[in-house]
Design a protein around this ligand. Structure first.
Ligand SMILES: [Zn+2]
Length: 165
């Protein structure tokens, strides 16, 4: 998936060690995400990967310099077709393993040009930015504060976040 993203976006994948041009937005956690991290050299700790856990094996790859984004997902009828690529497999499990290895990318994956819900610069943000939440006082990095009636608030105090308050 990451290699196809590199082909479509015209970028080297995995991206070079200190590059941050390719940003991967993955839609699930778990081993799929680790696979994308290794193949694309995009990592949460390097701020070149974001996990938007929607329980989907899909990812959007963003060229932050060219401001282009593509979303890649497995084709929807893949499970029905994959066995045809491994008629010699001894069982159904081996059929999946061999089939997925043999299927060409254009029979495996759908690629779609997408627009992000927020500007790419905002998504990438300024790494050195710091603010303090006007309600709870906690420090906010990377321009993640929200402006609510002229007050800088953290996402949780602005009514979002993942905790019950
Ligand atoms: Zn707060």
């Amino acid at each position: 998936m990451a290699l196809l993203a590199g082909d479509v976006l015209g970028l080297d994948v995995p991206q070079p060690d200190h590059a941050k041009r390719l940003l991967a937005l993955v839609e699930t956690d778990g081993c799929f995400t680790d696979g994308v991290a290794v193949a694309a050299h995009c990592h949460v700790g390097r701020r070149t990967m974001r996990v938007y856990d929607q329980g989907k094996v899909a990812a959007t790859f963003v060229d932050v310099e060219a401001e282009r984004a593509i979303r890649i997902r497995p084709q929807l009828d893949l499970r029905d077709r994959v066995q045809a690529y491994a008629p010699d497999a001894p069982d159904r499990w081996q059929g999946y393993v061999l089939g997925y290895q043999r299927m060409p990318d254009d029979r495996l994956l759908d690629v779609e040009s997408v627009r992000l819900a927020q500007p790419i610069a905002r998504l990438v943000s300024t790494e050195s930015a710091r603010a303090a939440c006007d309600a709870c006082g906690e420090e906010i990095f990377n321009e993640r504060e929200q402006n609510v009636d002229g007050r800088p608030l953290c996402i949780a105090c602005a009514g979002g976040g993942y905790l019950c308050r």
